[in-house]
Design a protein around this ligand. Sequence first.
Ligand code: NAD
Length: 493
Amino acid sequence: MSISLPNETNGTIPGLKNYVNGEWVPSSAERWEDVPNPATGELLARVPLSPKADVEAAVAAAAAAFPEWSKTAVPRRARILFRYQQLLVEHWEELARIVTLENGKSYSEAYGEVQRGIECVEFAAGAPTLMMGGQLPDIATGIESGMYRYPLGVVGGITPFNFPMMVPCWMFPLAIACGNAFVLKPSERTPLLAGRLAELFAEAGLPAGVLNIVHGAKDVVNGLLESPGVKAISFVGSQPVAEHVYRTAAANGKRVQALAGAKNHSIVMPDADLDNAVTNIVAAAFGSAGERCMAASVVVAVGDIADELVGRLAKAADGIRIGNGLDEGVFLGPVIREENKNRTIGYIEIGEAEGAKLVRDGRKDAEAASQAGYFVGPTIFDEVKPGMKIWKDEIFAPVLSVVRAKDLAEAIAISNESDFANGACLYTDSAKAVRQFRDEIDAGMLGINLGVPAPMAFFPFSGYKKSFYGDLHANGRDGVEFYTRKKMLTARY
Ligand code: NAD
């Protein structure tokens, strides 16, 4: 299957280039990685593991573009964002197709992901309002005071493989709308889409050098963390890397937001509408092959509904269609690489050894086994206990653990024992239970009777504990605060 890439050499497997100062430039990398389509194993491209020198070239280009861009009138910047939004809408299907090809998620999920990215651009286009400061005419007799917002300079963004469209769009559109210049380091496992996003932004009128892309892995990340020219770092990825990024960026005097891993609990009460709970949990646990930071990876079944709930979850999982995400009706695609498949199988073995009851074994799924790519079928463990490794670790695969609790208080206590605090859901008809859950649960993004409570672009993406390192979250007002600095002017005339 061929896709049109900006820096493709016709007919051959493209070696990706970096995007610096509005041009595709060859990386000086000595090491490269293959980028396979995870559904088929077919080679899509080769990605350079760029060295730190390439980072410095991109940071220099961004720094050179910053003075003029930061002084471009904010409504003019916003107009470029509006044009960008239109172009993204026009290219929606092409973008979704690239997401499915490089990530493996189903086309309908990829299509939804593109929508989430477009919504970020729509939010960023509100920059003239978002960047307003505030004044008080009389802070003392004859003295006034005002707050003014300015961009920071060059911002670095580092993104994970699981949302090649949405997560970069949490970062660069808003940072750029606020007047910053940006250097993006996309995941080396899904590096293709970023180039298209940059091309379309240039077509919308973004000046050269304002958005740059450096492909690679940890050398690029560490180059950004150490570069004196970079003022702030936005990171999304796994917990150990988030912690490293947070510590290193802060030690180098940079502002940093680092969004990390998760283990999201869904509590199902005895009064819940089980049809709704099962539909939503199955979609949230196995959608995107469980490779979502908001995946429902643990169910806490409260009271005597547990047997029925587990039975229905298993039945619904049996009905999931597995295959290439570009094929009609496919729900479950591959995990991202062979090593992720092996890691998932390893966790299923650990779960069995820990004494959890394997209700549905994704290793034995015939439809998954018949695929050429990296597939694991939906897997369900019952009678999982807090403390077990399959309960504690983020597996990031289509593996669901069911824990049993006697009441809501115990269910909340179990959820709160997790190291992570990204999302949590409650299935119930009781307003009293909702209130108790909202007040007592340790998680940043809560859902009631739905599976994936990911906030829209105008609200913060709000995890904490080991799910987030920093102060200001991505998106919403937090995002504007993160990408701007404030000056206070106090005056007597
Ligand atoms: P990852 O941590 O492996 O990679 C993320 C980025 O860090 C990539 O660009 C990668 O090149 C870089 N990186 C990897 N190892 C590094 C190292 N040792 N030193 C420096 N940089 C390094 O994450 P991933 O597997 O691509 O993404 C999945 C993870 O992201 C999951 O843990 C998921 O929960 C998390 N995630 C979190 C959110 C959120 O909002 N909290 C959203 C999406 C994904």
